[in-house]
Write a protein that binds this ligand. Structure first.
Ligand code: SAJ
Length: 402
């Protein structure tokens, strides 16, 4: 593939689209990034970013300054179209594919023979064939012969996106062999990991299976943490011991599961396979219940004080990020506030400010609190000393003081 002569149009400049577009720009592709939000387009064209991700600011600046990345409100002609638009859940936990549909429709006027259309958004099984191909058939081209189509799930971990975009193995599932071959050629031009060929449907289910594996394993850890608490057993010691078995690897319990992937994607399986996906649904329910179990523990401790001061360490959905999407920590703090369980002191070192609460340094929060509630295992909290917690009630959902 001749990188310098290849034009790529990336639709949706969020957590996956923007890192992908800027990486491709710095590799030498001519990239047009498209977003429906004019403020995002403006920010990127000024060489700035609207999301938190290590080193992304440097990459975007460099791609924009070199002229290889331009943002726009509308797509244009390109050789490769990459769809990285959101696929949220509706209120009823059915997938909302309207962004995928709109993105596919928006590129049809610009298609030419030989183009590759790649869907990267996490989607329910069947989306590539039932939505992308069906909508592309509206164009006068033959899909699979004139226009190649593949599903290639993103697998990058927030906090390590730029490294994992290049290093991770990729799964490429075309709608036919020609599509798979074309998409593989494209990914091999910038991915150092292995690029693995399959069909679109297998690739879709593989992506959902990866995040579901993690959700089910974390649900087991969360369930065991509640069982251990009831039995008076220290969960962290229990897991340390059980995980010394050569074939056991239980993940870590926490206050619940957050982020925009693991707490969402298993529902895509459940939505289509209600009868088969019973374990997957239950795991989701266990993880969704965990924040309420934590709240009950806080309330039980708060009852021991006349005017309890509760120090909450962390708001983000996981360690060392400032990302609040679907964060169980934020949900717990908001609920404690709504129920007026006590005076809340909150620390979130990865955010400068947060609208709803005043943020304080962790040392201050600990010193002034009766109850210390650890919600996120940020490095700033891991370095705190256990002796500062002397005579305080500790509810450590992440096990950093064990
Ligand atoms: N969590 C636990 N216990 C653990 C591990 C995680 O409670 O032992 C919690 C975290 O605190 C967080 C949530 O799970 O609230 C999710 O965090 P994560 O680090 O497991 O995953 P994400 O959501 O940041 O990214 C995942 C990754 N998927 C897998 O590891 C299988 C990433 O590779 C995917 O690309 C991403 O989802 C995605 O976009 O789908």
């Amino acid at each position: 593939m001749n990188i310098v002569e290849t034009k790529v149009c990336v639709l949706g400049l969020g957590y996956i689209g923007l890192p992908t577009a800027s990486l491709l720009g710095t590799k030498g592709f001519e990239v047009q990034g498209v977003d429906i939000d004019p403020s995002i387009v403006k920010t990127i064209n000024e060489g700035n970013i609207h999301i938190h991700e290590p080193d992304l600011d440097i990459l975007v600046k460099s791609a924009v300054q070199s002229g290889r990345l331009k943002a726009a409100a509308e797509p244009g002609e390109a050789d490769v179209f990459i769809l990285t638009v959101p696929t949220p859940l509706k209120e009823n936990r059915e997938p909302d594919l309207s962004y995928v549909e709109a993105a596919v429709l928006s590129i049809t006027p610009y298609l030419k023979p030989g183009n590759i259309v790649i869907l990267e958004s996490t989607c329910p099984v069947g989306t590539t064939l039932e939505v992308v191909v069906t909508f592309l058939q509206e164009s006068h081209y033959e899909v699979g012969r004139d226009i190649y189509v593949a599903y290639c799930p993103e697998r990058v971990l927030p906090g390590r996106i730029l490294i994992e975009l290049v290093e991770n193995d990729r799964i490429v599932g075309g709608i036919n062999e020609a599509s798979t071959d074309k998409a593989i050629e494209f990914y091999k031009s910038f991915v150092r990991g292995e690029v693995l060929a399959t069909d679109a449907t297998t690739a879709e289910l593989a992506k959902l299976s990866e995040n579901t594996f993690r959700d089910v394993n974390i649900a087991l850890a969360n369930e065991l943490s509640m069982v251990a608490h009831q039995e008076g057993v220290n969960i962290w010691e229990l897991l340390r011991l059980a995980n010394r078995h050569p074939r056991v690897n239980i993940l870590q319990p926490g206050p619940g599961v957050g982020g925009h992937c693991i707490a969402v994607d298993p529902w895509f399986i459940v939505a289509r396979s209600q009868e088969q996906a019973r374990l997957i649904r239950t795991a989701r329910e266990v993880n969704d219940y965990k924040p309420y179990w934590v709240i009950e523990r806080v309330k039980a401790s708060a009852n021991k004080f006349k005017r309890p001061v509760i120090g909450c360490l962390g708001l983000a959905f996981k360690a060392d990020v400032g990302d609040l999407r679907e964060s169980p920590a934020l949900e717990i703090v908001k609920q404690l506030q709504a129920e007026r369980v006590g005076e809340l002191l909150i620390s979130e070192p990865n955010l400068q400010t947060y609208d709803a609460f005043e943020l304080k340094p962790p040392e201050f929060v600990i010193a002034k609190s009766d109850i210390v509630l650890v919600l996120v295992d940020h490095k700033q909290f891991r370095s705190l000393k256990a002796q500062d917690l002397h005579e305080k009630i500790l509810i450590d959902t992440r096990g950093i003081f064990q």
